[in-house]
Design a protein around this ligand. Structure first.
Ligand code: MG
Length: 397
């Protein structure tokens, strides 16, 4: 029996993790759930899974959850809220494994807390490695804790890698390409949420769907792969594969290629991270090769999708560069989803932060500082853009 804490439990990956846990009650016991503020969902899940502890980043949500549980006669569930509450649950000694699935750079704190406590981490929060790769990898090694990738491409690569690291030459990450693949750059530039959120091959939250449309998501995954597999950036490639059935391809020393194939369903990589080193019965109905259809592989149009090379650049610069790029991107994605800026502006906002936020070596303090500076810069630029769109004099960014 694995005792599991799920951080980011109300998000898309969190909910799919609970689906896997529900089907595997014989192997998984969910002992703790954490979220930003969705108290209604967490109280429901706490009852369904007989969970012992809840944590919320938002103190008000914790108070609501506590009151509701008490009124249901379940006042014995431990509830904590406010700064540090989620990290404390991630470090809880009652857990064996923590699923780190919060959104964005905010997920780093829980990942570090879990590793610090010596827990294995099923990592869905790619920003933990994008922002804090150096710290996270060092801490995992020092504590003898495992990082088990949940991101589908990295789960695939992890499965291709095991026992074969010395034979590897290059890793190919696949990208669905999003709704703007093969379209003129202008369409992405001016896109509004309705165009960027067209249903992709994967079931994902809105923010990651936007990141998939710009290829920021793939760029962040390149940095994630760099840290997970210790690969230089020259050895990580991206290929567009619209069918999303091949998740990663390992290029071997002798020129042969191994591909990992599966349906585009996150429950598969989630289950593998939970079951490792075992492999359990299928989480979803297996699809025989006769059902795969044609599989296409195409180069990325790097002119139309500059976000990918911005991520390579930030990754190569290291230090606080990826933190600055990512923080500005997060602010811009929220502004985009609120209808304040077009999609092309998300990429330019992130680029401006990469160019202007001072580079520092990656210490905990420097990462927080770069994050804050990049967000301030992004907010200022977003406000300028809105001003320009309203026709204000001299507001052009
Ligand atoms: Mg992915």
């Amino acid at each position: 029996m694995k005792r599991v804490v799920v951080v980011g439990a109300s998000g898309s990956i969190g909910r799919q993790t609970l689906e896997v846990a529900r089907a595997r009650r014989d192997r998984i016991r969910v002992v703790g759930l954490a979220a930003l503020r969705d108290d209604a969902f967490l109280v429901e899940a706490a009852r369904a899974f007989d969970v012992a502890a809840l944590a919320f980043a938002d103190a008000e949500a914790a108070r609501r959850a506590e009151a509701r549980l008490r009124s249901l006669g379940q006042g014995d569930v431990r509830v904590e809220g406010g700064p540090g509450a989620v990290a404390r649950l991630a470090a809880w000694p009652e857990a064996d494994l923590v699923v780190s699935a919060a959104w964005g750079a905010a997920g780093l704190e829980a990942t570090l807390a879990a590793l610090e406590a010596g827990h294995d981490v099923a990592l869905a929060n790619k920003e933990s490695l994008v922002v804090g790769g150096e710290l996270v990898v060092r801490l995992a090694r020092a504590r003898g804790a495992r990082l088990l990738p949940v991101d589908s491409e990295h789960s695939a690569a992890f499965q291709l890698w095991q026992g074969r690291a010395h034979e590897m030459r290059r890793l190919w990450l696949t990208a669905s390409g999003g709704p703007f693949h093969g379209r003129p750059r202008q369409e992405l530039e001016q896109a509004r949420p309705a165009e960027a959120l067209r249903p992709p091959t994967w079931r994902m939250g809105a923010r990651i769907t936007v990141d998939s449309a710009t290829l920021f998501n793939k760029g962040l995954e390149v940095i994630e792969a760099h840290w997970l597999f210790g690969l230089p950036y020259e050895a990580i490639e991206v290929v567009v594969h619209p069918e999303s059935r091949v998740h990663a391809i390992a290029e071997l020393k002798d020129g042969s290629f191994l591909a990992h194939v599966g349906p585009p369903d996150m429950r598969l990589p989630i289950q593998y991270a939970l079951s490792w080193p075992e492999r359990w019965e299928p989480a979803v109905e297996p699809e025989p090769p006769t059902g795969w259809g044609a599989l296409r592989f195409q180069p990325v149009d790097r002119e139309a999708f500059p976000a990918l090379d911005l991520c390579y650049e930030a990754g190569r610069r290291g230090g606080t560069a990826p933190a600055a790029l990512n923080a500005a991107k997060e602010e811009a994605v929220l502004a985009f989803l609120a209808g304040r800026i077009p999609l092309g502006e998300v990429v330019r906002t992130a680029e401006e932060a990469l160019r202007r936020v001072a580079w520092r070596p990656a210490t905990r303090e420097a990462l927080l500082l770069a994050d804050a500076e990049a967000r301030a810069l992004a907010r200022e630029r977003i406000a300028r853009c809105e001003g320009y769109a309203r026709g204000e004099e001299g507001a052009r960014p």
